[in-house]
Design a protein around this ligand. Sequence first.
Ligand code: UGA
Length: 433
Amino acid sequence: MMNVAVIGTGYVGLVTGVVLSEIGHTVTCIDIDEKKVEIMQKGKSPIYEPGLEDLLVKNISKNRLAFTTNHKKAFEKSEIIFIAVGTPQSESGAADLKYIKQAAKDIAQYITNDTVVVVKSTVPVGTNDLVENIIKQELKLDVKVEVVSNPEFLREGHAIHDTFHGDRIVIGSDKEKPGDKIEALFTPLKLPIVRTNRRSAEMIKYAANAFLAVKISYINQIANLCEKLDADVNAVAEGIGMDSRIGRAFLNAGLGYGGSCFPKDTEALAFLAKEYNTSLNIVDAAIQANSNQSEIFTQKIIDRFKGNVQGKSFAILGLAFKPNTDDLREAPALKIIEKLLSLGAKVKVYDPIVQHLNEYQAGVLEHCQSIQECMDNVDATLLVTEWDEFIENDWKELRKYPNQPLLFDGRNILPTDKLVKLGWQVEGIGQAQ
Ligand code: UGA
């Protein structure tokens, strides 16, 4: 078993730290945010992620997991240091590497042992080289440092499951030994391992996310065409998905992809292609289609009200960009709400987990505590996030709350035929009307 430090306790860093401790390693997670560190030391997760808190509590109590703001202390015994800090989108679309560079500097300043540094953050091709150069330039002691790329493929809301049951672990190392060490670290997970060089590993991450984004945008555009042609995109997804060369996953038509990964990573990859003067217009098109998708949905609603939603009230079911997370980053709900408000509509919102609206949102939205309260007296209901609570609800009972039985299913998740029998008028995405 090994001693590991993890820099950054966002989704990726915290889950990595917790899982490594669960499989027996001794892990210290570092974050600059003192309050957050205090919360985690008490066994509380700062993010909503099913299963995470139980493992946090368990491994803290077994003394295999600790949290600190002190790099020096965390690095004292560590033989492996993970960098899992954010790489936000900068104005140009490129990934902003300021936190990565700072982490490299901190490592150079405080390590006292030979160390394998593992870059887990999603980073543009060549960043591992940059990290190695910064560390080598700024190193204070005469110790050996190797840098290995190990991109992450977990999904928010399924993070623990994905880490234990992932399809593969990618290890990119230009030298054999440090790669072997990281492979040994993950051995207890018993997952398939892909060994390659650092640049290929970095590219695997972007290429995977962009491919999935393209797949989503493709089915969304097919859905829009289905609507015009009276075809049903659900049947189309089923029919093409059974071809094992295509696969059914990520063919759910909806409001477009959101979250902290696909929007940012597709932009960063597109930027990289432009920088190297290489066409990657398939990704440009996926980005554009994604940006249009929630607008097409909103327009459908506006058209239903003959172009005038002024004074009409709408129930928005779900704010998070997808179920089982409280993450609002790039959530389609925000764009839909903004548009409806700008046209003078009244908007009521309900999400089973998202409780904190920012000041602006709190001022202009009616934030409800239940689906019933949200749907009470509205002119139309918009299902925006496919939470189980919405799917499993008693739609017969819910029928008594809104003024009109108008239901826009932005995720194609509700049983339309059944609901129509209950008196609802349902409009999905890419379905015959
Ligand atoms: C995504 C990838 O799935 C992970 O493999 C990757 O590790 C992660 O990004 C990352 O780079 O960190 P995540 O953003 O958590 O994970 O969520 P997904 O479940 O992949 O969903 C992304 C978006 O696509 C959501 O907005 C979802 O609603 C949308 N989506 C997904 C669809 O619209 N249709 C689908 O069929 C599937």
